[in-house]
Structure formats: structure tokens, C-alpha cells
Design a protein around this ligand. Structure first.
Ligand SMILES: Cc1cc2nc3c(=O)[nH]c(=O)nc-3n(C[C@H](O)[C@H](O)[C@H](O)COP(=O)(O)OP(=O)(O)OC[C@H]3O[C@@H](n4cnc5c(N)ncnc54)[C@H](O)[C@@H]3O)c2cc1C
Length: 527
């Protein structure tokens, strides 16, 4: 256990177990809200492989909000085109559908970044926000009562009992937290071998392409160049259920050559190798009292389609603001909406990943980008309009561009950035009326107006209104995690106030304008 990291800890509000992408995202989100956290990680050194290298567009939007997007873009790269090899033939193909940037979707495409680098960026962000990962610290036991959780942590010879209001198990597919809570993890984990995966150097293979041998004898093989490295990620499916658990460069090279046959590339110097075994499972519950599960601890599925890490990041982002709100006084029932919203999404992702695993060469399109994830059936999606447009309560709030009073382009996402909820009030009358309803909840009110008004987002050509498919007088409340929570119009301000009382903690007024950069400084527990 890292002694230095334990110094100065006050009472813990949230103990995050596991510092993979899920735990780190949650740590960052809670730290920027001023929640007192500890993030503990069993491993002494960070995981070093490329594993979840596909970052989906929705995850990039979250990373934008968390303040790490520049680093993610600087260290990663676009997916290259595929080159399909069949015997002596090689021809181009594209597994990934590519789209253009639009005002509504600033990050339309997959971005490749090795998981180890994503984690390093999130760890650095957590430290910037005043948190840290306590490495070499393992959760071994936990007990619950009405007031919280008592967790037993070990590190080296030391053992420590930690009291926390909530505990989040972000401790991966074999989650100790899940097991200690007795939460069933049913699914398909047959005997079939899955794939040999790893980061390898390859002799004489063109790094401009993602190479695939769909007809390889033992199952399809792919080698994808990892950006800004000399490495390829190997993904070699195999029907051999007895492939060694600890593959070596030599055994993998021999396997690839035997499976591809003539013209096979030569594998050299693996920096990471592993065997993936087919496993599709979903936790029966995401919550047990004051303990919640997130990421692989709650759902595991095949890596094809690039969904796992992304789903974990989004679990964390869904949970972070809710935990902070409840800790600051919002109704406890808000935490139930985490499972309500995210478990249904995980079930869909499981089905999709299974499909992409079986139909390996199925085009990755809109269904894998996670931009269509929505919570329309959620108990905290309140649609008050009789005839809503395309964007409804429960939907992802799209980006859109307007101007500030000085004529500079302003994105709606800039207004969302930070830990607060944002009310888009279409028209100055709507903004004036709704400001009172938002007064106690720290909600940022952005007036979207046709003419220039101080502090307003000027929507001269009506682009913002068109994107939100709404009218003058509309009120669109965007949750801290970028989904429309409430949608109505000026006549619905009492319902808006009711919605805020059920989903947010009451606090002093924080009415900010779209271009007020101070919103990026997280006021304590502003949700
Ligand atoms: C070959 C491969 C390719 C993949 N490709 C993609 C992809 O392209 N895109 C994608 O989205 N996903 C992909 N995935 C899936 C992705 O890697 C996982 O979904 C992701 O790592 C899950 O993150 P997590 O933080 O939930 O769990 P993990 O990454 O498993 O992290 C859990 C952490 O908890 C720690 N821990 C465990 N038990 C304890 C304990 N008792 N106490 C303290 N700490 C503990 C572990 O040491 C670990 O660091 C891929 C996976 C594989 C194997």
C-alpha cells in the first residue's frame, strides 16, 4: 500500500475499487465535483498492453468534457483502411464506416489509442484534479450497513479497514466486489477458445494498412498497426480450445504461419501476449445497497466491435454525477436510475458484440459508435411536450454552433463542459422564466436567442434550434452527462423545478452564461 497516498485522507465518500478505464473515469468525474474519493488498484504497475484500443465517438465526447481530449487526439490515430489477404491476392476494404465532422457530431469516427495510453492520460488527469491511484492496494472484504460500507484493503503486509459512504466495484470481469455482494453474473462462457491477442513487431508488413486474413485455417487473423509505435495489435481467432494460456512470441509466430500458410508475415518481439476466451455475461444487478458495479465488473463480452472499454467509461460517466448529487442531498432514488439506464444499454452491447464476433467482417457503423445510446424510457427522462421533435428527453444532447455577443463561434458543448447541468432556454423570455426554477440547483442557464443579447448564445440562422428540432419558448435541460433529462416549454417551469428537485441537490444559485469559462472550475458538488 502506498503510505504517502493515504496521508491527509478525510472520511471517504466514494471508494473506487480498480483503476482500469472505468475506475479512472469515475475517479476523474468525482474528483472534479469535489467528492472525497479513494481509488485503489491491486496491481503495482499499470497494465501495459493495447487491449481496448478503439475509442468510440461518444467516449471522445466524454473525454472532451473531462479535459483530456487534446491528449487523446495527440497520442492516437485514425483507423487505417483494411487490406484483405486471400492466398496470393490482396485487396482493399473498409471495416469502419467513416463520417464527416458536423456541427452536431464533432467526433464522428473511431479513434485508435492503446488502452495503456488511455489509462495513463486518465491517471494524469486524476492527479491534476487532486486524486491519485493507490497502487498495490487490494480490496479483500467488505461489509455494509445503512450508513455505508466498510472495506478491508491489503497492501503488502498491511491491512486497513476503510469506511466509505459508497463503494464502486470497477474491478474488472472477475470482480471481487461483485462476488462479495453475491451478485450473479450469468451468461455464456463456453469452453471454446477465443483468440490469441497481443502487441507484436511484424517483419515486412505495410504499416499503412490494417491487415486481415479471413480465410486463415484456424480462424480469421488480423494485424492492426498501433499509431505512433512500431507495433501491430494481433487478433488471431482460434478454434483450438487448448491453446496455451501463456503464449510466447515463438508459439504465436508458429501458429500464425501455420494458420495463414504461404505468404504469412513473421511475428517478432511481442511486448504483450494473451489468450482471450469467449465470455459474454451480464451482472444480475448493478447495485447492492451502497455498492455499485461498473465496467467489466458488470458486463463482459467479446472485444470485436470495440465496445467494452467504451461502455465502462460511459457507466462511470452516468454514475459520477448521480453519486455526487446524492452525496450532496439529492434523493437516494437517483442512484437506482444508474442500473435502470445502463444495464439495458449493456444488454444491447452484449448482443451487438456477440454479433460482430460471429459475423467478423460486419461493417462497423452507427450501431457501434454509441452516439445512439439513449434513455427515453428512464424514470428521469421527462418529456413534457405533446408533440416533441427529433431530440427528446432521454436522448444524447447534440452539439450545435451559435455565436457570442462579439460574433465568435460558440459550441453548445462548450456550455455543457463541466460538472453542472445546463438548461438551453430558447428565447430570452424562456430564459428569464426558467432561471427562477433553476435558481436553487446550480443549473447553468443558456439563453439561445435570435438577436444579440449579453451572455446569450446567438442563434442567428436558427442552427441550434434546428439541431434540437424545437421552437421558441422551449426548455431543454441537459444532464451533466450530456443527455436531455427534461424537455418542455415555458408553461412547464413548475415541472422543470420538480424534475430538478428529484435529480439534483439543492444549492445556491449559479446562473452562468454560455461563454462563462468559470463554469469549468468545478464548484464543490455542483451537479
Ligand atoms: C484483446 C482485447 C481487445 C479489446 N478491444 C477493445 C476495444 O477496441 N474497445 C473497447 O472498448 N474495449 C476493448 N476491449 C475490452 C476492454 O479492454 C475492457 O472492456 C476494459 O479494460 C474494461 O475496463 P474496466 O476498467 O471496467 O476493467 P479492467 O480494465 O479489467 O480494470 C479493472 C482493474 O481493477 C483491478 N482490480 C481487480 N480486482 C481488484 C481488487 N480486488 N482490488 C483492487 N483492484 C482490483 C485490476 O487490477 C484492474 O486494473 C478489449 C479487450 C481485449 C482483451
Amino acid at each position: 500500500m502506498n503510505d504517502a497516498s493515504r496521508k491527509g485522507h478525510g472520511p471517504v465518500e466514494v471508494l473506487v475499487v480498480g483503476a482500469g478505464p472505468t475506475g479512472l473515469t469515475l475517479g476523474c468525474d468525482l474528483a472534479r465535483r469535489g467528492v472525497r474519493i479513494r481509488v485503489v488498484e491491486r496491481a503495482l504497475v499499470p497494465f501495459a498492453g493495447s487491449r481496448g484500443k478503439a475509442l468510440q465517438p461518444r467516449t471522445l465526447e466524454i473525454f472532451d468534457d473531462l479535459g483530456v481530449i487534446e491528449r487523446v487526439l495527440a497520442e492516437g490515430g485514425e483507423y487505417p483502411s483494411m487490406r484483405i489477404h486471400a492466398g496470393a491476392l490482396a485487396f482493399p476494404w473498409d471495416l469502419v464506416k467513416r463520417d464527416r465532422v458536423t456541427a452536431a457530431v464533432p467526433y464522428p469516427n473511431l479513434w485508435m489509442l492503446e488502452q495503456a495510453r488511455t489509462e495513463a492520460i486518465l491517471r494524469a488527469r486524476l492527479e491534476e484534479l487532486g486524486g491519485e491511484v493507490e497502487t498495490g492496494t487490494e480490496l479483500v472484504a467488505l461489509e455494509q450497513d445503512d450508513g455505508g460500507v466498510t472495506a478491508t484493503l491489503t497492501g503488502g503486509a498491511a491491512e486497513e479497514a476503510v469506511r466509505a459512504r459508497y463503494l464502486v466495484g470497477a474491478d474488472g470481469g472477475r470482480s471481487r466486489v461483485r462476488k462479495l455482494c453475491g451478485i450473479p453474473f450469468a451468461g455464456d462462457h463456453g469452453e471454446r477458445a477465443g483468440a490469441i491477442v497481443g502487441d507484436v513487431h511484424v517483419e515486412g508488413l505495410d504499416r499503412r494498412f490494417w491487415h486481415a486474413w479471413p480465410l486463415a485455417k484456424d480462424g480469421p487473423i488480423a494485424l492492426c498497426p498501433l499509431p505512433q509505435t512500431g507495433l501491430f495489435q494481433l487478433f488471431a481467432q482460434t478454434r483450438r480450445s487448448n491453446f496455451a494460456d501463456t503464449p510466447t512470441t515463438e508459439t504465436v509466430d508458429a501458429f500464425v504461419r501455420q494458420s495463414i500458410g504461404a505468404g504469412s508475415p513473421i511475428i517478432r518481439d511481442a511486448t504483450w501476449l494473451s489468450v482471450y476466451r469467449y465470455n459474454v455475461r451480464l451482472a444480475h444487478r448493478y447495485r447492492s445497497g451502497n455498492v455499485l458495479l461498473a465496467g467489466d465488473a458488470a458486463h463482459v463480452h467479446p472485444p470485436t466491435g470495440g465496445q467494452g472499454l467504451n461502455a465502462g467509461v460511459q457507466d462511470a460517466y452516468n454514475l459520477g454525477w448521480k453519486l455526487a448529487a446524492v452525496l450532496a442531498g439529492a434523493p437516494h432514488s437517483l442512484l437506482d436510475t444508474y442500473e435502470e439506464e445502463r444495464r439495458a444499454v449493456a444488454a444491447d452491447i452484449l448482443a451487438l458484440a456477440t454479433l460482430t464476433y460471429r459475423a467478423k467482417w460486419r461493417l462497423r457503423g452507427e450501431d457501434t459508435k454509441q452516439l445512439r445510446t439513449r434513455y427515453r424510457d428512464s424514470s428521469i427522462a421527462w418529456e413534457a411536450r405533446a408533440d416533441p421533435g427529433r431530440v427528446r428527453a432521454g436522448d444524447r444532447a447534440p452539439d450545435a454552433r451559435g455565436l457570442d455577443a462579439a460574433g465568435r463561434v460558440r459550441r453548445v458543448f462548450e456550455a455543457f463542459r463541466g460538472p453542472h447541468a445546463t438548461l438551453l432556454a430558447f428565447g430570452s423570455e424562456a430564459a428569464r422564466t426558467a432561471t427562477t426554477a433553476c435558481h436553487d440547483f446550480g443549473t447553468k442557464v443558456v439563453a439561445v436567442t435570435k438577436s444579440i443579447e449579453p451572455g446569450a448564445l446567438v442563434d442567428e440562422g436558427g442552427a441550434v434550434q434546428r439541431t434540437y428540432d424545437t421552437d421558441d419558448g422551449s426548455l431543454v435541460l441537459v444532464r451533466p452527462d450530456g443527455y436531455v433529462g427534461f424537455a418542455g416549454d415555458v408553461r412547464d417551469t413548475a415541472r422543470l423545478a420538480d424534475y430538478l428537485a428529484r435529480t439534483h441537490a439543492r444549492r445556491g444559485s449559479m446562473v452562468l452564461h454560455d461563454n462563462d469559462r468559470s463554469a469549468r472550475r468545478a464548484p464543490r458538488r455542483s451537479v
